[in-house]
Design a protein around this ligand. Structure first.
Ligand code: GAR
Length: 190
């Protein structure tokens, strides 16, 4: 059984969708831990409601190699999924989970990636730039933010009348549709 940890900072709609996906299928993989850097993150309640353990770790704790690796060992984590995790992942974790850590980004990378580009900031930038399409990117995590090997992209049109909220809705639909399956495929080959 492959064991997955999800790192998430906020709402956790992706985390919930991933937990549901693996709980409802016989894929030899399960989400056993949710890690968040915020005590008030909704993702913590979502994890609890599916019986998944969670931990809150501060920015400082995240840099503590011994503590973080000991948590990963405690839950025997094979694979990490970043689902709206807004802190920089420390390099020791990236190195340990080389090609076993995925991130989802709400744009067609390399467009609209990099520092400060997360969540609604991305959708606002996409609309402001007059883009005619946007999408999601699922990629392996490397030391350079938003620059790891791309595993999957899906796109959606942006209409001239679309607001950032409209774009957010379209992105959310793409994420719900594709992210769990792409994780399952990546798990098979790691
Ligand atoms: C998702 O749209 C994800 O793509 C984005 O944060 C949102 C989290 O939503 N991630 C980034 O912007 C990373 N740079 P959720 O908490 O409801 O899953």
């Amino acid at each position: 059984m492959k064991k997955i940890a999800i790192f998430a900072s906020g709402n956790g709609s992706n985390a919930e969708n991933i937990i549901r996906y693996f709980q409802s299928r016989n894929l030899n993989a399960e989400v056993v831990l949710v890690v968040s850097n915020r005590t008030d993150a909704r993702v913590l309640q979502r994890a609890a409601s599916f019986g998944v353990h969670s931990r809150v770790i501060t920015r400082e704790m995240l840099r503590d190699q011994k503590a973080v690796m000991s948590l990963m060992r405690q839950y025997e984590i094979d694979f990490i999924v970043l689902a709206g995790f807004l802190l920089m992942v420390p390099s020791f974790l990236v190195a340990h989970y080389n090609h076993r850590m995925l991130n989802i980004h709400p744009s067609l990378l390399p467009k609209f990636g990099g520092k400060g580009m997360y969540g609604d900031n991305v959708h606002k930038a996409v609309v402001a730039a007059g883009e005619t399409e946007t999408g999601i990117t699922i990629h392996f995590v490397s030391e350079q933010y938003d620059e790891g090997d791309i595993l999957f992209q899906a796109s959606t049109p942006v209409e001239t009348a679309d607001t950032p909220e409209d774009v957010a809705r379209k992105i959310h639909e793409l994420e719900q549709l594709h992210f769990p399956r792409v994780i399952a495929d990546a798990l098979l080959s790691c």
